[in-house]
Design a binder for this molecule. Structure first.
Ligand code: PLP
Length: 491
């Protein structure tokens, strides 16, 4: 690594990206060219034999790659959930990849491990989690009893918690009992729980999808879980794990954490709170109520890479019992025993953590640097303003939809996601809404995705882009209205 080349190439990339962000609203939001195989036809069959200058590579990125991208950072990207980018997120990521250390054990990079332990505690306090999820509780260092880790995604974090819950239960009932273990989720829960349950050996027939209904705002109710659990116990099965979601992917529904926690406690289940998207909102006191009851949970996760201005990838996972997690995930190979002679006594309990035992992979990124940079650069007040700005824009959109009698808001908006559709029941109504969404996206001027609520096709507008301003939300609404008018006239 030659420092001069490093500096030259890096500044060329920074200039390139600054230009990209200046122009990002000029690109069609969704990839304009949806023909599969386009890039393969443009690129050579084999890698180059000799190195090329960065400028030539960047020119190819501009010419060949950018036209085939869907621009997630466009201010008119309202699809899925966002993947926030920010100047601080990028700067922190640059520092992280520039230093390129691998904090899998304390001795492998002590300050990187310790920074991670500090940052996950900061985040836990900011979103109002109880002390039991912190390394350092209100009683000082070592007072919390729990702790956190930064993983790449909620999907990875969920697998780890399922493995911990499984091993804790099997320790009680014996390994052959694995066929009896049951995982509970709702019909709104993210699909990753189903995948995770399969990965840790839960019999697919023992994954319970408990139905939700409009009456509860599509939240999982304690009564519904209790009924499912009691039926399973009567058949000799063993309740293992329950997922409560704060801000479901489809419509942003919120499960009652306390109510579900009480059911989980009564039946000895592991409770996980998945706040992947909406957990960021809990930095504002007005949203912390959604995490009420978190002291009854065994683990909580949220993704700063979604709505917390932290570039990909970054997921906070907190556990009340690190021992339960590490019992399921720890390894002790000979080749890691000589990494520096162990921990000094004074460091034990003060962040001297072997994070390899808190996750699946051994090699891991220095994500703490990025999240620390974001928190320091914007401060808690800046982050609260960021969340509230998006919620205010979503509120405006929701009011605009409600004021137009041709449309309806389909599910209660709690955060910055608005689910709406053109009125009109039956299959015809769905076809019309599908057509509306397809036409809006084909325009290239906004990108939204859909969900299905009680059999009805619904358009989702997630207002969380770091560059999104009121005028972009206003334009999106005008686009939806105009497109709808054309559709309705043709019918
Ligand atoms: N859980 C919820 C509620 C989500 O909305 C998502 C993604 O949108 C996930 C989990 C998956 O997160 P990740 O992509 O970090 O695995």
């Amino acid at each position: 690594l030659d420092p001069d080349t490093f500096a030259a190439d890096s500044s060329a990339v920074v200039d390139f990206l600054a230009g990209y962000y200046r122009d990002v609203d000029k690109y069609p939001v969704r990839a304009a060219d949806l023909e599969p195989g386009r890039l393969r036809r443009l690129l050579p069959e084999a890698a180059p034999e000799f190195g090329e200058p960065a400028e030539r590579i960047l020119a190819d990125v501009r010419r060949d790659v950018l036209p085939g991208l869907t621009h997630w950072q466009s201010p008119s990207f309202f699809a899925y959930f966002p993947m926030n980018a920010s100047a601080a997120g990028f700067a922190g990521e640059m520092l992280s990849v520039g230093l390129n250390v691998v904090p899998f054990m304390w001795v492998a990079s002590p300050a990187a491990v310790e920074l991670e332990a500090v940052v996950v505690d900061w985040m836990a306090r900011l979103v109002g989690l109880p002390d039991r999820f912190l390394f350092s509780g209100s009683g000082g260092c070592g007072g919390g009893g729990g702790g956190g880790v930064l993983q790449g995604s909620t999907c990875e974090a969920v697998v780890c918690t399922l493995a911990a819950a499984r091993d804790r239960a099997l320790g009680r009932i014996g390994h052959e009992g694995i066929v009896k273990l049951v995982v509970y989720a709702s019909d709104q829960t993210h699909a990753t729980f189903q995948k995770g349950a399969r990965l840790v050996g839960i019999t697919p027939a023992n994954f319970r999808v408990v139905p939700t209904a409009a009456a509860s705002g599509y939240a999982l109710t304690g009564a519904a879980v209790r009924a499912a659990v009691e039926g399973d116990v009567a058949r000799g099965l063993v309740p293992l794990y329950l997922c409560a979601t704060v801000g479901t992917t489809g419509i942003g529904a919120v499960d009652p954490v306390r109510e579900l926690g009480e059911v989980a406690r009564r039946h000895g289940m592991w409770l996980h709170v998945d706040a992947a998207y909406a957990g960021s909102a809990a930095i504002c006191p007005e949203y912390q109520g959604y995490l009420d009851g978190a002291e009854l949970a065994d683990s909580v996760s949220m993704n700063p890479h979604k709505w917390f201005l932290t570039n990909m990838d970054c997921c906070c996972l907190w556990v009340a019992s690190p021992a339960a997690l590490t019992a399921a995930l720890s390894t002790d190979p000979e080749y890691l025993k000589n990494a520096g002679g162990g921990k000094p006594q004074a460091a034990a309990g003060a962040g001297a953590i072997d994070y390899k035992d808190w996750q699946i992979s051994l090699s891991r990124r220095f994500r703490a640097m990025k999240l620390w940079f974001v928190l320091r650069r914007y401060g808690a007040a800046g982050m609260r303003a960021h969340i509230r700005r998006h919620v205010a824009m979503a509120e405006w959109f929701e009011r605009a939809v409600s004021a137009d009698e041709r449309f309806e808001v389909v599910a209660k908006r709690r955060f910055s996601l608005v689910c709406f559709r053109l009125r009109g029941g039956g299959g015809g109504g769905d076809a019309m809404n599908r057509e509306l969404l397809a036409a809006v996206n084909a325009s290239g001027r906004a990108f939204m995705t859909h969900f299905v609520v009680e059999g009805k096709f619904v358009i989702r507008l997630a207002v969380d882009g770091a560059m999104t301003e009121m005028r972009h939300v206003g334009d999106a609404w005008e686009l939806v209205q105009r497109t709808a008018e054309q559709l309705l006239q043709r019918r």
